[in-house]
Design a protein around this ligand. Structure first.
Ligand code: SF4
Length: 864
């Protein structure tokens, strides 16, 4: 953890976002590192740590000799304020080093609303915001992710975009950099030129000039010379079975948005929904084989202790081996109490067999995405599912004991009428009715259908890229119309996305280079964290765009003619413009296109990889299977149903990164280590069993502990020595296990805690220790917070003793404070009282609290 944040880190929200030190994080010896990457996710830690792309690409780079790739997340507003106040630049989590000193600063761009955070992170790193203002001493700023399929709004700020899948592309650009640094030929300009002209899939905006027509539309993109490609083709991984997949990633210290294993089953989609960007830009479909997936899932679970595996892909029930995969996974996940979850399912490929598999999965909700309320509109958008299929799938789910169904829809789709919106409610009501058609014995709870309705956003490289978005007024009216229809039905829940957020997304999704000025202005006006409701300011965004002489309607609401040059035409996603136009015109006539499974529609993507890896493209076949070694594990199989044979007490220290976690986050880290260890721990019963674990007296955020106490129960006769050895092997940084023995006493015997408050302060008054002891010899009345509110109390009634002494760099206060519910006192109150009386913590001062021991009633004897 970086030294200069220690003095204030406990004052910011969720300090665990900034400490690093997670299990699985990669630390390399700097003396063997030639090239350093700062992999930046332009949002908070808990969102970035859930992103599979971040895990894959940091892992790929760290596999390279001499390359060290660290993670960087956007500091939340309170942290940024503290950093800017103290002149602390953006830093990387693993080393704590300044991002501005790295060779590469890489951004992962998954959503347009993160663009202002990219600028803010560059500014916090002290890197010139404009690519044109960077010199050879600056890092190379590179970006990848889905948003780079229209890189233009960020063209002024990013040196080079990596288009498409990065597993092979990033090591190539890293090697080019190494080569040029090694032979002394590196210049920033020369490097970017070689990346654009010698490697595939790299777009360097400064090598293209853009001209515009009088009406503001793009006239043309002119490459700097004949070697610079007129269009940059996306990169794609051919054989996913052989591609890098992270099975031992850094484990989030605090609760991440997705606290689970994300198992990527295949890439691409056979369906061709006309609004869906991912479905187009990730073509063609490439599948992993079930044995490879099973092995990866097993290793991942063993390494992390996660309790859930989520099968991830655009349309998981289209996976050609879904039943084989779920059978193979359930074989061991059920025994190990690991939950298997499936994201949104296709109603038409949802079978009884799949339902039977899912029935043994512990989830009560199934999710389908009809996207539109009527068959006509589903034909327009090419969502080839019928109402009958949705009802049949719901029936299967209800018959198997599920009571909740979630349905995803879009509003504002091209060609939509109010009949289509009314159709959303009708479909939801029919699903509810389907519930009451299932036998009564299956209906354990009340039916609940949740509608989640997003606003249509025209996305580049889709058949709907040319269609204007509804205006805000139109979208709001439509939302109100649906709300009015639904409000009397308690079995239907309606969630909708805000139209103003979708409008800003549409502007940047279809934006051109000129929007860079608006982004810069928005950044200068403090716009950041726009994906967060509390930070999103629609009016400020519109003002910034209009103040640059640009029109929001031009980007978001305009229907674009077929022959107009699009800002993203410079990117070749594999799917041809001819195909997209054919699809646009078929949508206008409400004519659906069959899936790749039924008939190839010649989208153009099949030429990107060897046909043997494209499951559905012409000439393709089943992905070639190679022998996969089963995971060899020496670990004991978990027997989570066995009864406990004895209670075990664990004495441990808590320090470093663990100090800055809430008790809940700390307990989760401790519990995951127990799961990873495969010790025969006794599990709780119920829906989601977890190891039974109890802590004697939770510590507050910012407090270390020398001899903390936790109890578990074991289900086998295993020796204390073996438990101790195993725990030491599996505990994360910041938890040091010192003793293990059979627990024979109850936590209620603990009455006091001995705390050391180490105060770092310059030039402490020599008489301070005496003054401190004197202070606590008389009543000290303070406002004290408790569950029932705040009230004035004399805190000395909750203190057994206080002593103090001078140290080399400050003062040491030893306080014995109460721990049980009637006289509990957080030792922070002792420090606050000292500060209030003597102001010992000046500008540079701060303190650390270490709980040394838990004590019995007499305030002297250690609890055991
Ligand atoms: S080439 Fe044909 S089968 Fe392959 S992704 Fe395109 S439409 Fe589907």
């Amino acid at each position: 953890m970086r030294e200069d944040i220690k003095s204030f880190i406990t004052k910011v929200r969720l300090p665990g976002r900034y400490t690093g030190g997670e299990s699985g994080s990669v630390i390399k010896d700097k003396s063997y590192v030639r090239q350093r990457w700062a992999f930046c996710f332009p949002d908070t830690y808990e969102i970035g740590m859930s992103n599979l792309g971040v895990k894959i690409l940091t892992g790929v780079l760290n596999e390279m000799d001499g390359v060290w790739c660290e993670r960087v997340f956007a500091p939340w507003i309170d942290m940024e304020e503290e950093m800017r106040k103290r002149g602390i630049p953006l830093f990387a989590l693993e080393s704590g080093d300044d991002v501005g000193d790295f060779d590469f600063v890489a951004f992962s761009l998954s959503y347009e609303l993160s663009y202002s955070n990219v600028l803010n992170m560059l500014s916090l790193a002290g890197i010139p915001l404009l690519s044109s203002e960077r010199d050879d001493s600056c890092p190379v700023v590179i970006a990848g992710g889905h948003c780079t399929f229209n890189p233009e709004p960020l063209a002024d700020f990013i040196d080079v975009f990596s288009i498409g899948e990065g597993e092979e592309a990033l090591p190539e650009i890293a090697r080019l950099y190494d080569e040029m640094r090694g032979d002394g030929t590196y210049t920033r300009e020369g490097f970017l030129y070689r990346a654009a002209t010698e490697l595939k899939g790299f777009y360097v905006p400064s090598l293209y000039s853009v001209t515009y027509n009088e009406d503001g539309t793009v006239k043309e993109y002119v490459p700097k010379d004949g070697k610079v490609p007129a269009r940059v083709k996306k990169r794609i991984v051919e054989n996913l079975d052989k591609a890098y997949f992270p099975t031992d990633p850094a484990l989030p210290l605090i609760e991440a948005v997705h606290n689970r294993i994300t198992l990527e089953v295949f890439r691409g989609c056979i369906r061709g929904c006309r609004f869906c960007q991912a479905g187009m830009i990730m073509r063609p479909v490439r599948e992993k084989t079930p044995d490879v997936l099973c092995r990866q899932a097993r290793e991942y679970a063993d390494n992390t202790g996660y309790e859930e595996i989520s099968l991830s892909s655009l349309s998981i029930s289209d996976y050609s081996c879904i039943e084989e995969l779920t059978s193979k996974l359930i074989d061991w996940t059920n025994d190990e109490k690991i939950n298997l979850s499936l994201p949104s399912l296709r109603a038409d490929s949802f079978t009884k067999e799949l339902m039977d598999k899912i029935s043994s999965v512990r989830t009560s909700t199934l999710t389908f995405a009809p996207e539109a309320g009527t068959q006509r509109l589903r034909d327009v958008i090419n969502k080839n599912v019928t109402e009958e299929e949705i009802l049949r799938a719901s029936h299967l789910a209800f018959a198997a004991g599920k009571s909740q169904v979630k349905l995803y829809f879009m509003m504002g789709l091209p060609g939509e009428t109010y009949d289509d919106i009314a159709g959303i409610k009708d479909l939801a009501s029919n699903v509810v009715e389907e519930y009451y058609r299932t036998p009564e014995r299956n209906r354990k709870k009340q039916a609940q259908v949740t509608l989640s309705v997003a606003c249509f956003i025209p996305k580049p490289h889709t058949p709907f890229q040319w269609e204007g978005q509804d205006t805000m007024e139109e979208l709001s009216e439509k939302q109100q119309f649906l709300l009015d229809k639904i409000k009397s039905d308690r079995k239907i829940k309606y969630n909708y996305h805000d139209a103003d957020v979708s409008r800003i997304e549409a502007i940047f999704a279809r934006g051109d280079r000129r929007l860079g000025k608006a982004l810069l202005l928005a950044h200068e006006r403090g716009i950041k964290f726009c994906a967060w409701e509390e930070c999103f300011d629609y009016d400020e965004w519109i003002r910034a765009i209009e103040d640059c002489g640009l029109s929001p309607d031009f980007y978001a609401n305009r229907d674009i003619p077929d022959d107009e040059v699009l800002p993203w035409d410079v990117i070749d996603c594999g799917v041809t413009k001819e195909f997209l136009l054919r699809e646009r015109h078929k949508a206008q006539d409400a004519v659906p296109t069959p899936s790749c499974l039924e008939k190839c529609s010649a989208c153009g993507a099949n030429g990107l990889v060897d046909k043997k890896y494209c499951r559905w493209c012409p000439g393709g076949g089943e992905t070639p299977r190679e022998a996969v070694e089963p995971v060899k594990t020496e670990k004991r199989a978990r027997n989570t149903d066995a009864p406990a044979v004895r209670p075990v007490r664990i004495i441990f220290s808590k320090y470093g990164p663990m100090t800055y976690l809430s008790h809940l986050d700390f307990a989760r880290n401790f519990m995951r280590a127990l799961v990873r260890s495969h010790l025969p721990v006794w599990y709780t019963e119920g829906f989601n069993p977890i190891p039974k674990l109890a802590f004697a007296s939770p510590l507050s955020v910012g407090c270390c502990g020398d001899r903390e106490v936790a109890d578990i129960k074991v289900t086998e006769n295993i020796s204390d020595e073996e438990i101790l050895k195993t725990l030491r092997e599996y505990m994360p940084d910041g938890i040091g296990v010192s003793e293990v023995y059979t627990a024979e006493t109850k936590f209620r015997l603990i009455k006091w805690a001995e705390n050391d408050i180490v105060v770092k302060t310059k030039n402490a008054d020599p008489s301070l220790p005496e003054k401190i002891e004197k202070l606590f010899a008389s009543p000290v009345v303070m406002m004290k917070r408790s569950k029932s509110g705040e009230k004035e109390v004399d805190i000395t009634s909750m203190i057994k003793s206080v002593s103090a002494s001078l140290t080399d760099d400050g003062v040491l206060i030893r306080a014995v404070t109460g721990t049980d519910s009637e006289n509990y006192l957080n030792p922070e109150y002792v420090m606050t009282a000292v500060n209030d009386a003597f102001g010992v913590e000046g500008d540079d001062g701060y303190h650390i609290i270490v709980r040394r021991r838990l004590l019995l009633e007499d305030g002297v004897t250690e609890y055991r």
